[in-house]
Design a protein around this ligand. Structure first.
Ligand code: FES
Length: 102
């Protein structure tokens, strides 16, 4: 099990490796989408960028092509901005800290 801390909500959840960060948050009733994007989002298909998070602590690897395309400007300003639906949690990510609603 991995411990993943959601800084905005001040909650730490335990997650099995292999889940996406988005699905782990949703299964633990943590809001990952700000405001109206709770309804208007692409449900994890990498199309809307509504699931943007900031990696506060930990390494989730390099952004994939979907993230590079959708977060082009944000990644230049802050390379720790990522899409939760594109991050698959692995054993190396134990202790990850994430800020949502950015
Ligand atoms: S949920 Fe739409 S990009 Fe992640």
């Amino acid at each position: 099990m991995l411990n993943i801390k959601f800084v905005t909500q001040n909650r730490t959840i335990q997650v099995e490796p292999g889940e996406t960060l988005r699905s782990a948050a949703i299964q633990n009733t943590l809001s990952i989408y700000p405001n109206i994007k709770k309804i208007l989002n692409c449900r994890g298909r990498g199309l809307c960028s509504a699931c943007k998070v900031e990696i506060v602590t930990g390494n989730v690897g390099a952004p994939n092509e979907i993230e590079k395309k959708n977060l082009e400007k944000q990644l230049k300003a802050n390379p720790n901005v990522r899409l939760a639906c594109q991050i698959t949690l692995t054993d190396e990510m134990d202790g990850l800290e994430v800020r949502t609603h950015i």
